[in-house]
Design a protein around this ligand. Structure first.
Ligand SMILES: C[S@@+](CC[C@H](N)C(=O)[O-])C[C@H]1O[C@@H](n2cnc3c(N)ncnc32)[C@H](O)[C@@H]1O
Ligand SMILES: [Zn+2]
Ligand SMILES: [Zn+2]
Ligand SMILES: [Zn+2]
Ligand SMILES: [Zn+2]
Ligand SMILES: [Zn+2]
Ligand SMILES: [Zn+2]
Length: 513
């Protein structure tokens, strides 16, 4: 069984809408970090624990790091489970069978042969998502095949390939041209010479297009992505088949060395990581991976540069801000709204812009990043950063406080700005959505009840006693809530409850994508 990521999301994205649930699955560190985790076809698996009402279950299990769809990877092993030699051998054979049919080297050879073909012989099978050499034609003659594949098409594989839309695993949401061009221009203005694109195939190709075009940008790019189809279009120095949830290079040491050389070129000067992970992905394993990439970069630095940070753009929904800052406290969130071409909810459509919740988290000082004024962003001299059009500077908070791009209002009782739709509730003693369940689960920690952190960051998390106490408290609160609500009618039939459910579904739809 792959860990049910949709449950994991409820733990991570809590607070994004409606009342919280405290059940789900979390990643945990193994007792002996040096002991190797069992392998699935996607590399080392991760150790998970089920969390029920804020309490961790005792038995932990290994599951796939990359896939949350059992159809893609059904790996499951209890942490304390001992496997027979026969089962281990069967697993190894299965892992080998699941690897791509061609080695990286074979892909490169095919690509070079393809480039030598005259235009009339350059064909692409849409069904198999594969560039065809003349020897392959026969095998695909009943498939939908397109011909005359031009160099321009070869340079834009993200347009030739269909985006993988398995919501539970890949969710390949591709940047809209406007956002992609903004990123390329920004990287160039900031003076970067190398970009490590982690899960950003469209950005990778635009950087390379500009480098080969008239604009004379000389930025180099290396793409790390789990989508093997991209290996048909790039040489070894510009694509590595990679899993960003466990820092696994499918092509072993040679690929790792490509990545190392890329990060360490010029003693690590002029390089940035840009990553846009699938939004359903867990923050912690991603953070662990990015820290490994940072360590790889650091190895190549001069001693006197030791204090420097590797610049990163991590593109992710705004409601993960506190989670990301937990791992990278120096990161700030930019107001820029990243748009996608193929996302049903958040694309810049003809019908007008739906506000995308996706932002850029970065350790580059925000005052160095100019956002496009023609799209309504403006510079706040007090905050020393560009902000959204409606994000107003609050003199009480001394900051432009909006996170979602709408104007937020200051609440003098809470002493902070809150979403425009929220009201101050005198029962809960803080601002909340008008139809919240009073005295229901607070937006704070499930273990100790503090508002400043979530259970995953709770300093008391190891103390199971306090966890049990908190759960009991929580249950007590819940039963009070029910008592209160029964006087108002059944909570789930209330129109506000239906609205809330819809909102949660919308948030969930986004997260699961
Ligand atoms: C949300 S899309 C981002 C695409 C980006 N917006 C672009 O246009 O270039 C996520 C990307 O991460 C890749 N991806 C998904 N799971 C991955 C994993 N476990 N390791 C590495 N890449 C992964 C997908 O193939 C996809 O390219
Ligand atoms: Zn797997
Ligand atoms: Zn085919
Ligand atoms: Zn401001
Ligand atoms: Zn305020
Ligand atoms: Zn308030
Ligand atoms: Zn209340």
């Amino acid at each position: 069984m792959a860990a049910p990521r949709d449950q994991r999301e409820t733990v991570e994205a809590e607070g994004s809408a409606g009342c919280r649930r405290s059940s789900g699955v979390e990643v945990v560190q193994p007792a002996d970090p040096a002991a190797p985790a069992p392998l699935c076809p996607h590399g080392p698996t991760l150790l998970f624990v089920k969390v029920n009402q804020g309490r961790e279950e005792t038995r932990r299990f290994y599951a796939c790091s990359a896939s949350r769809d059992r159809k893609d990877c059904n790996f499951f092993q209890w942490e304390d489970e001992k496997l027979s030699e026969a089962r281990l051998a069967a697993r190894e054979a299965h892992n080998r069978r699941c690897q791509p049919p061609l080695t990286r080297m074979q892909c490169v050879e095919r690509y070079l042969k393809f480039l030598e073909l005259p235009l009339s012989q350059r064909k692409f099978c849409e069904r198999c998502q594969q560039l065809l050499l003349p020897d392959d034609w026969e095998k695909h003659h009943e498939h939908q095949v397109v011909g005359d594949i031009s160099v321009t098409q070869l340079r834009r594989p993200s347009r030739l390939l269909y985006p993988l839309e398995n919501k539970k695993t890949n969710a390949q949401y591709l940047f809209a041209d406007r956002s992609c061009q903004f990123l390329v221009d920004l990287l160039s203005t900031l003076g970067f010479r190398r970009v490590l694109c982690v899960g950003t195939p469209r950005l990778h190709e635009l950087i390379r297009l500009e480098a080969s075009g008239d604009k004379k940008s000389n930025i180099k790019s290396l793409l790390l992505d789990i989508d093997f189809r991209y290996s048909q279009f790039y040489l070894e120095d510009s694509f590595c088949h990679y899993n960003m949830f466990n820092h696994h290079f499918f092509d072993g040491k040679a690929a790792l060395e490509e990545c190392r050389a890329f990060l360490q070129e010029d003693e690590g000067e002029g390089v940035i990581i840009v990553t846009d992970p699938p939004f359903g992905g867990l923050v912690e394993p991603l953070a662990v991976t990015f820290k490994k990439l940072i360590a790889l970069w650091k190895e190549g630095q001069r001693q006197d540069d030791n204090h420097k940070e590797l610049p990163i753009f991590w593109i992710f929904p705004y409601f993960f801000e506190s989670r990301i800052r937990q791992f990278f406290p120096s990161f700030s969130m930019l107001d820029y709204q990243v748009d996608y071409d193929n996302h049903t909810l958040y694309k810049h459509g003809k019908t007008g812009r739906k506000q995308s919740p996706v932002r850029i988290f970065t350790n580059i000082p925000p005052n160095k990043i100019v956002l496009p004024t023609e799209e309504g962003y403006r510079f706040c001299p007090l905050c020393q950063r560009y902000v959204s059009m409606e994000n107003q500077h609050c003199e009480h908070c001394d900051s432009c406080t909006s996170k979602d791009g709408r104007k937020w209002n200051h609440c003098f009782l809470c002493k902070k700005c809150v979403k425009p739709s929220w009201i101050h509730c005198t029962i809960c003693n803080h601002c909340a959505v008008p139809d919240h369940c009073c005295e229901g689960p607070k937006d704070g920690c499930f273990v100790c009840g503090e508002l400043g952190h979530k259970r995953t960051a709770c300093p008391n998390i190891s103390s199971s006693k306090s966890a049990h106490k908190a759960v009991r408290k929580q249950k007590q609160r819940k039963s009070n809530t029910v008592k209160l609500e029964t006087t108002k009618g059944h909570p789930m039939n209330h129109p506000s409850a239906i609205r809330k459910k819809k909102r949660r579904e919308r948030a969930h739809q986004y997260l699961c994508s």
